[in-house]
Design a protein around this ligand. Structure first.
Ligand SMILES: Oc1ccccc1CN[C@@H]1C=C[C@@H](O)[C@H](O)[C@H]1O
Length: 328
């Protein structure tokens, strides 16, 4: 009988999983036994909470909170301000012209305040702003309508609004490729600037969309050391360990090979040894899914290409990787 993953880590950090309206039901048994935190994979993104101005659709997110509260699970809020999965209406006037700075700030405030207030005291950590750092060499901030219309201020404004709506919630900046040395320094620059200005930011979310070939333990350690040197909490917010390198577009596999699974076991073992070492600064580790039965990676970066990134297999049984996580 496998031990509970979150119970095994009760002296380290909460163990979470991203869920969507389907997996909330199809993965329910694993969620109850192995995870003590959930994140909505899509249902709390701007496009799904406020698809049209003034029309808030909370049914699916409310169902997740009902599950969380009935099963004593914590909730991470994901996400309030992002360049993706955000309706165009935020940035446009009725006639389709670009909205003014004042109007966009008003819309940001309405969205964040309405959403955060609804779940006030029930979300322990919010990904207030997601993925504003550019992946392009030499470019600091990602080009977006938020940046075009409001300038860099949109980031601190979002944090201030969220903090006012729920002063008790821990507020995170969240990003991927967070262990890449160049992007790490840009994230560090942003988060330090927010902290130095007294912006209410409490943590850095390392999405941790890793794979069996990278990032290196040294790069992950350097990122943990760099971000935590700011005196902030760290959370892994979207952990998955793809069996393909990001640039590998192969589509021939219908199941993972033994070799790939052995590599994955080794990586999970190394990753969690490192995470346990930094238990004092890591306040949560959330997988971006539950079992290999469903992962967003089966459509990214190659649409329709199955992936097997988790520690539970397609039959919802523990993989060898699971045992690496609990046998310490
Ligand atoms: O790993 C990436 C590479 C390129 C773009 C975005 C990402 C990760 N982006 C994440 C992934 C899935 C979404 O459901 C999450 O909301 C988003 O934060």
């Amino acid at each position: 009988m496998p031990p509970s993953l979150y119970a095994k880590y009760k002296d380290y950090f909460p163990i979470g999983a991203a869920v969507n309206s389907k997996t909330l039901h199809s993965e329910q048994e694993l969620l109850k036994k192995h995870f003590n935190s959930i994140t909505a994979e899509n249902e709390m993104k701007p496009i799904l909470l406020q698809p049209q101005e003034g029309i808030f659709t909370f049914e699916k997110s409310d169902e997740m909170f009902a599950f969380a509260e009935a099963n004593n699970k914590m909730v991470r809020g994901h996400t309030l301000v992002w360049h993706n999965q955000t309706p165009d209406w935020f940035f446009e006037n009725e006639d389709g012209t670009q909205v003014s700075r004042e109007k966009l700030i008003e819309r940001m405030e309405t969205h964040i305040t309405t959403v955060v207030s609804r779940y006030k005291g029930r979300v322990y950590a919010w990904d207030v702003v997601n993925e504003v750092i550019s992946d392009h060499e030499g470019e600091y901030l990602r080009k977006s309508k938020w940046l075009d219309i409001l300038g860099e201020d949109f980031i601190s404004i979002a944090f201030e609004i969220a903090h006012k709506a729920d002063p008790e919630a821990s507020l995170f900046y969240n990003d991927y490729n967070e262990s890449d040395p160049e992007k790490r320094e840009k994230i560090y620059r942003l988060v330090k600037s927010l902290k130095d200005k007294g912006v209410p930011i409490h943590g850095v979310g390392l999405q941790a969309h890793w794979n069996i070939y990278g990032p290196t333990i040294d790069d992950i350690r350097a990122a943990i050391e760099r971000y935590s040197s700011l005196g902030l909490q760290l959370q892994l917010t979207e952990l998955d360990v793809s069996v393909f390198e990001h640039g590998d577009k192969r589509t021939d596999l219908t199941e993972p090979t033994e070799e790939l699974l052995e590599l994955q076991e080794k990586r999970y073992d190394e990753f969690f040894k490192l995470l346990r070492e930094y238990r004092d600064v890591i306040t949560g580790v959330t997988f971006w899914g539950v079992s290999d039965r469903y992962t967003w990676l089966s459509d990214f970066p190659v649409r329709g290409r199955k992936n097997w990134p988790f520690v539970f297999d397609v039959d919802q049984n523990p993989k060898e990787s699971f045992w690496k996580l609990v046998n310490f």
